[in-house]
Design a protein around this ligand. Structure first.
Ligand code: F6P
Length: 536
């Protein structure tokens, strides 16, 4: 493994100064440095990866034994070693597969829960299931992290297919969130989903308690409105939620990988079971591709290797995800949890320090909005940010197809501008034509230089259908997995979120004035905030 890293580092040194654009002089680079599968085209031709670089990256993947690791995940081995768990979110979308954990079939329960979800969703959508005031008009999903980001992102992404009740999402413990979501809703016509794998998360339980009070204050029986989605089905009874409205899942479904099962109930309510099944099928197709395609044609592997090249080899710490698809507005946030909670680790699986950087800082916004905000830095900042563009060939609004063409043009233009830039000579000619001369011309021209040579990739799909969304999410899930395997990280635990949670609980008495924090900076800030609140 170390030899493969060293060969890559040496190769990078020899090509680092080379302009990416020169690579297009030989052969059919767009065809040679792109791959297609499951209705997607992944183009990585606008990176500084050449044939040799790709060979070395594939050697790295081979050295990391991706194939063995992949088989271990899909067959239910306990690869999440710090929690002693298997990692089987893929089983949630392979309903006819046979999967065992500890020698026990797990698929019968998965299929049964899926069937119960479908029956419930149909009943809600048809009006056969009623809450106190009749048919359900609004659904409020209370959850955070993986119990929020997946369904919230997917409900927005698939809005054109949504013909069920309106879905709303409450995640933040900031009371403003639940207040604003409930404002205008009729409690008598609202179904409340409490989504929490553990059913202990303070934000979710606090918000759920408030919503329960909101229902009771309207003279309703809260239990008639509540649904629970959880691995801790024992805890849901305390909330008086009838077992028929509890949808459980196993601990081998990680929070950030959970949209495919019960945590996806709000999405199923919005788009209906048939389209939800298309969403699963799109992901399952990507799973098959990931398991079967040779590494050099394997989209998740290629995305991962491009990511490793940019982050660990070239040293670019961040990655911008830029969907030219307004309905993927929450995709960057979803991917932040998927990638940063999975691969933001400082030790390897064996507990030893990592010898290179962990996963990248992921951020982004939909195009074209981002163009008028942070693209300035992408084009002319001193740091290089590899950009990942996503674009559909078609939108869902035929009468606005001219706008979709403009969207595509913007996406391709940005990638081209990042690649080619604009030279000082061209900038001088431009400014001379505008009448500038002498030092003024030079100064004006220098501000208009684009260094170019900034890498980007593009993922193209036909249209953002449920299947396409499923494929995109599975593609990114497996990409994160491959990067984790190459880095030697356990991508499926998240110990880094614990300390802040513990400290927040410990600070509660200090905010009540019952204790003074030992840490002086925190103590001073608590005192200041209490004074502003008129409490001290
Ligand atoms: O604090 C992080 C985390 O554990 C995430 O991994 C998870 O998705 C989120 O909190 C919510 O957890 P739960 O579904 O158990 O409420």
């Amino acid at each position: 493994m170390e030899a493969a890293w060293a060969r890559l580092a040496a190769h990078h040194k020899s090509v680092a100064a080379r302009p990416i654009s020169t690579l297009f002089a030989h052969g059919d680079r767009p065809a040679e440095f792109s791959a297609t599968a499951c209705g997607f085209l992944f183009d990585y031709s606008k990176t500084n990866i050449d044939r040799e670089g790709r060979e070395l990256l594939l050697e790295l993947a081979e050295a990391a034994q991706i194939g063995t690791a992949r088989a271990a995940m899909f067959t239910g081995e306990k690869i999440n070693r710090t929690e002693g768990r298997a990692v089987l979110h893929t089983a949630l979308r392979a309903l006819d597969a046979e999967v065992q954990v500890d020698g026990q079939d797990v698929m019968a329960a998965v299929r049964a829960t899926h069937a119960r979800m479908c029956t419930f969703a149909e009943a809600v959508r048809s009006g056969a299931f009623t809450v106190s005031g009749g048919a359900v008009r609004d659904v409020v999903n209370i959850g955070i992290g993986g119990s929020d980001l997946g369904p919230a992102m997917a409900c927005l992404a698939l809005a054109p297919q949504a013909d069920g009740p309106r879905c709303h999402f409450v995640s933040n413990v900031d009371g403003a969130h639940v207040h604003d979501v409930l404002a205008g809703l009729d409690p008598a016509r609202t179904l409340v989903i409490v989504a929490s794998k553990t059913f202990t998360t303070i934000e979710t339980m606090t918000n759920a308690g408030h919503v329960r009070d909101w229902l009771a204050a309207a003279g309703l029986d809260p239990a008639a409105h509540l649904v629970a989605l959880s691995s801790a089905t024992g805890k849901t009874a305390e909330w008086g939620i009838p077992p028929a409205r509890v949808f459980g899942f196993e601990d081998w479904v990680g929070g950030r990988y959970s949209v495919w099962g019960p945590i996806g109930l709000s999405l199923m309510l919005a788009i209906g079971p048939a389209r939800f099944n298309d969403f699963l099928a799109g992901a399952a197709a990507m799973d098959r591709h990931f398991r079967e395609a040779p590494l050099q044609e394997n989209l998740p592997v290629l995305l991962a290797l491009v990511g490793i090249w940019h982050n660990q080899i070239c040293g670019h710490a961040t990655r911008a995800v830029l969907p030219y698809d307004q309905r993927l507005a929450r995709l960057p946030a979803y991917l932040q949890q998927l990638e940063m909670e999975s691969n933001g680790k400082r030790v390897a699986m064996d507990g030893q320090d990592l010898t290179r950087h962990s996963g990248p800082i992921v951020w982004g916004e939909p195009g074209t909005n981002g163009q008028h905000a942070f693209y300035q830095l992408l084009h002319q900042g001193t740091r290089i940010v590899p950009a990942e563009f996503l674009i559909a060939a078609r939108g869902h609004e035929p009468d606005l197809d001219n706008q979709h063409r403009l969207l595509i043009a913007n996406c391709l233009a940005q990638a081209q501008a990042l690649l080619e830039g604009r030279s000082l000579e061209t900038a001088r000619e431009m400014m001379a034509a505008r009448g500038f001369t002498g030092d003024d011309l030079e100064m004006q021209a220098r501000h208009r230089v684009f260094p170019g040579n900034r890498p980007s990739t593009l993922l193209v799909y036909e249209r953002l259908s449920p299947a396409a969304l499923g494929g995109i999410l599975a593609l990114y899930e497996h990409r994160v997995f491959v990067e984790g395997v190459i880095l030697g990280i356990n991508s499926f635990d998240q110990w880094g979120v614990e300390l802040g949670k513990e400290l927040a609980l410990a600070l509660a008495p200090a905010l009540e004035g019952e204790a003074v924090p030992a840490e002086p900076s925190t103590a001073a800030l608590v005192a200041h905030l209490r004074a502003l609140r008129g409490e001290a």
